[in-house]
Design a protein around this ligand. Structure first.
Ligand SMILES: [Zn+2]
Length: 110
C-alpha cells in the first residue's frame, strides 16, 4: 500500500494548482532506485482518479529515471553506470545526489 499513499499525494498536488480545470495527462518522473513499481502506481491512479471529476479523462505517464550521483571532489552530477560509484571525470567516489527525488510531477497537460 506504500504506492497508494504516494499516488494520493501526487493527485492532490496535481489538483492543487488549477483545481477547476480538467487534466489530460500527468507526467510523472520515477527514479528506478526508489523501488516504486510503475505498474502499481498506474493501478492506484486508476482507482484514485474516479473520485475526482477533473481526472475523468486523465492519463498517467511514467518516465523512469536513473540514479544520479554527485562527486564532491569535482562537483559534478552524473548518472550511475552499472554498480560503480566512481566519478567518470576524476574517478573519486561519488555519493547519491541531493537532487535525487524518488517521484515527482514532471508536467501536467490540460
Ligand atoms: Zn569527480
Amino acid at each position: 500500500m506504500h504506492e497508494y499513499h504516494i499516488v494520493e499525494r501526487i493527485v492532490k498536488e496535481a489538483l492543487a494548482d488549477r483545481s477547476r480545470e480538467e487534466i489530460a495527462e500527468i507526467l510523472l518522473s520515477v527514479n528506478e532506485s526508489s523501488g516504486l513499481d510503475p505498474e502499481s502506481i498506474k493501478l492506484y491512479f486508476e482507482d484514485i482518479r474516479q473520485a475526482y471529476p477533473q481526472l475523468k479523462e486523465a492519463k498517467l505517464s511514467i518516465n523512469l529515471t536513473r540514479v544520479k550521483l554527485h562527486c564532491p571532489k569535482c562537483n559534478s552530477d552524473f548518472e550511475r553506470k552499472e554498480k560503480s560509484f566512481a566519478c567518470p571525470h576524476c574517478r573519486a567516489e561519488a555519493q547519491r545526489s541531493p537532487l535525487n527525488k524518488d517521484i515527482f510531477i514532471e508536467k501536467i497537460k490540460y
